[in-house]
Design a protein. Structure first.
Length: 74
C-alpha cells in the first residue's frame, strides 16, 4: 500500500494520496467491523507521507465588486 501511495505522491498529488489513504482506512475499518480483517494497517503509515500544504483563502467581504446583490430574490 505504501508503494502505491508513494507513486501518487511522486506525481505531485499529495492531497490525493492522503485522501486515498483515508478511503483505504475506512474500507479496512469496515472489514474489521464485519470480521473480514484483523487490524487497520493504515495506522502504521502515519507520518510516512508528506503532509498536504494547506492554505488560507480570503473571504469575500464586499459583494459589490462581484456583481452580487444581497437583495436579489432567488
Amino acid at each position: 500500500m505504501l508503494a502505491t501511495l508513494r507513486r501518487i505522491v511522486d506525481r505531485g498529488a499529495i492531497e490525493t494520496a492522503a485522501r486515498t489513504k483515508q478511503f483505504i482506512g475506512q474500507a479496512i475499518r469496515y472489514g474489521i467491523a464485519t470480521g473480514r480483517a484483523e487490524r487497520d494497517v493504515t495506522a502504521d503509515l502515519r507520518g510516512a507521507l508528506p503532509s498536504p500544504v494547506r492554505g488560507h483563502y480570503p473571504a469575500i467581504t464586499e459583494p459589490k465588486p462581484l456583481g452580487i446583490s444581497i437583495y436579489t430574490s432567488l
